[in-house]
Design a binder for this molecule. Structure first.
Ligand code: ADP
Ligand code: MG
Length: 424
C-alpha cells in the first residue's frame, strides 16, 4: 500500500510540518494510516503522529476523525475525561500524494496487548475496575456532554497512559529524541535543500535543549514493562487509560452508517438493524470488561453449516443471556433473516444455555462471590433492550465499581469454604 493514494513511507528522522515534528519510530498502523512516535521540537515532548493514506476517501475519513477528536479535546480543557487529545493537524506532501496528519498525545500500549502480555489469563479485578473507571469516564463524557457515540469501542482502541519511565533506558525504549536522519542526509522529504538547511539548523539548536529535557520525562509502555516480568509487575501500578480511534464516531442525532462496531463487540440492535444510540457503546464496554477479567472474547461468532456469522452471534448471545424477548427479536429491519415469527432462530434450533455467573465460575474459575458480583454488574449492561442498559454514569455508581476488590481474600475464603466442604 506504499503507492499512489496509499501510505506515506516514513524514515526515521524525517521532518514534518516544516520541521516541527521528527519521526522516531513506528508505533502501529490501521487500515487507513500508520502511526509514528515523533518528537515535537516546539514543546520538547513526544507525540503520536497518525499519517493517513492519501487517496480522497482516506482524506475524507481523516477530516471526519479530526472533527470528532477536536470536539472531544475542546470540551476537555482540564484533560480529565479519559479521551486522547488532538494536539495539531496538518497536510504533508509526499511522493504518494497529500496526507492528512493528526498529532495526538503519545500514549502507551493498547488493552489488547496488555491482555496478550498476561497470556490471555485475565487481569486482577482491582486492575479491571481501574480500567473500567477510565473507560466509563470517557464514555460518560462522550455521551452525556458531547452527544457522541464512539461506535468502535474495543480493547485495541483503549490505550494505557504511560506511567513508568523507560527514559532511563533510552536505547531500549528508543526515547532519546532523534533530531537528524541517521545517515546524516536530511534531503528526501518534501522541500528543497535551502529549506532543509534551515530546518537542520533549527533542529540542532533545539537538540541541546531537548536532550536536557529528556531526563525529566516520564513516558512509558506499561505493557512492555509487564511483558518482561510476570503479571505481578502490574501490582501497584495505577492503571489509567484513554479512549482512542474516532474514525467511526458519530453524533447521536447525526449517524453515518447502519453497520457499525467491530464484529465481536457489536450490539444486537446493530445486527438486527433496529436503530441504535449511546447504548451500543455500553454493549461494547460490557464485552471489553468481560475480556479484561477472563482474557477471552465474550462473543466470537463463526459462520457454520447452513447459518451465517450474524445468526451464530445472536445464538451465542442467547446462550449466555437467555432468550431474546420476542418483541426485540422481531423488531428490526433484518429480523426476518434470522428469526421466525415466534422469535426463535430459523437455523440454529437448539441452544446450550450457560449463564454468565456459572460461566465465570465453571470455565474461568472465579470464586463464587466474585463471579456473582461481577455478573450483577455486567448483566444489565448486556440487556437485549438497549433502553434498559445503564448509562456510563450509572455504571460508575454501581457498587461493583466502588468496592475495592479483595480477590486474594475472596480466593482464600472461597478455598477455605471449599476445603471445609471437602473435609466435612
Ligand atoms: P485506525 O483508525 O487505523 O485503527 P488507530 O487510531 O486505532 O488507527 O491507531 C492505530 C494504532 O496506532 C493503535 O492501535 C496504536 O497501536 C497506535 N496508536 C494510535 N494512537 C496512538 C497514540 N496516541 N499513542 C500511541 N500509539 C497510538
Ligand atoms: Mg484502531
Amino acid at each position: 500500500s506504499y503507492r499512489k493514494g496509499g501510505y506515506h513511507a516514513v524514515r526515521i528522522g524525517d521532518p514534518f510540518s516544516a520541521g516541527r515534528y521528527i519521526a522516531q519510530r513506528k508505533l502501529g498502523w490501521g487500515q487507513f494510516s500508520t502511526v509514528w512516535l515523533a518528537y515535537d521540537t516546539l514543546s520538547s515532548s513526544y507525540v503520536a503522529l497518525k499519517i493517513q493514506k492519501s487517496a480522497q476517501q482516506f482524506a475524507q475519513a481523516a477530516l471526519h476523525e479530526i472533527e470528532f477528536l477536536s470536539a472531544a479535546s475542546d470540551g476537555d480543557l482540564q484533560n480529565t475525561k479519559c479521551v486522547v487529545r488532538l494536539i495539531d493537524h496538518f497536510k504533508h506532501a509526499g511522493p504518494n500524494g497529500q496526507h492528512l496528519c493528526m498529532v495526538l498525545e503519545f500514549l502507551g500500549d493498547s488493552l489488547l496487548r496488555l491482555i496478550r502480555y498476561n497470556h490471555y489469563k485475565g487481569l486482577k479485578l482491582d486492575k479491571v475496575k481501574e480500567i473500567c473507571r477510565c473507560i466509563l469516564t470517557g464514555l460518560d463524557y462522550l455521551h452525556h456532554e458531547l452527544g457522541m457515540i464512539h461506535s468502535d469501542l474495543k480493547p485495541e482502541n483503549i490505550l494505557l497512559v504511560s506511567t513508568i519511565d523507560p527514559g532511563k533506558d533510552p536505547v531500549r525504549s528508543g526515547l532519546t529524541p532523534l533530531l537528524e536522519k541517521p545517515e546524516g542526509n536530511a534531503n528526501g522529504g518534501g522541500g528543497g535543500s535551502s529549506t532543509m538547511n534551515l530546518i537542520e539548523k533549527r533542529l540542532k539548536r533545539r537538540a541541546k535543549r531537548a536532550v536536557a529535557k529528556i531526563s525529566e520525562r516520564r513516558v512509558s509502555m506499561v505493557g512492555e514493562e509487564a511483558s518482561s516480568k510476570s503479571e505481578r509487575s502490574l501490582d501497584g501500578i495505577d492503571m489509567r487509560c484513554k479512549v482512542v480511534d474516532f474514525g467511526n464516531a458519530c453524533w447521536a442525532d447525526k449517524q453515518f452508517a447502519e453497520e457499525i462496531q467491530t464484529r465481536q463487540y457489536r450490539a444486537p440492535e446493530v445486527i438486527l438493524k433496529s436503530g441504535y444510540s449511546f447504548s451500543v457503546d455500553m454493549w461494547s464496554f460490557g464485552c471489553t470488561a468481560f475480556e479484561l477479567v477472563t482474557g477471552d472474547m465474550l462473543f466470537a461468532p463463526k459462520e457454520g453449516n447452513g447459518y451465517g456469522e450474524d445468526e451464530d452471534h445472536l445464538a451465542l448471545m442467547m446462550e449466555l443471556l437467555g432468550k431474546m424477548p420476542r418483541k426485540i427479536a422481531i423488531g428490526g429491519a433484518r429480523s426476518k433473516d434470522y428469526f421466525d415469527r415466534h422469535g426463535d432462530l430459523k437455523r440454529i434450533r437448539r441452544l446450550k444455555y450457560w449463564p454468565l455467573d456459572r460461566l465465570l465460575v465453571d470455565k474461568y474459575k472465579l470464586p463464587e462471590g466474585e463471579a456473582k458480583e461481577f455478573a450483577e454488574f455486567l448483566s444489565p449492561v448486556l440487556e437485549f433492550a438497549p433502553e434498559k442498559r445503564p448509562t456510563a454514569q450509572q455504571c460508575l455508581e454501581h457498587p461493583w465499581m466502588n468496592v475495592v476488590s479483595t480477590q486474594k481474600n475472596a480466593d482464600s475464603v472461597e478455598s477455605q469454604v471449599r476445603n471445609l466442604k471437602i473435609k466435612g
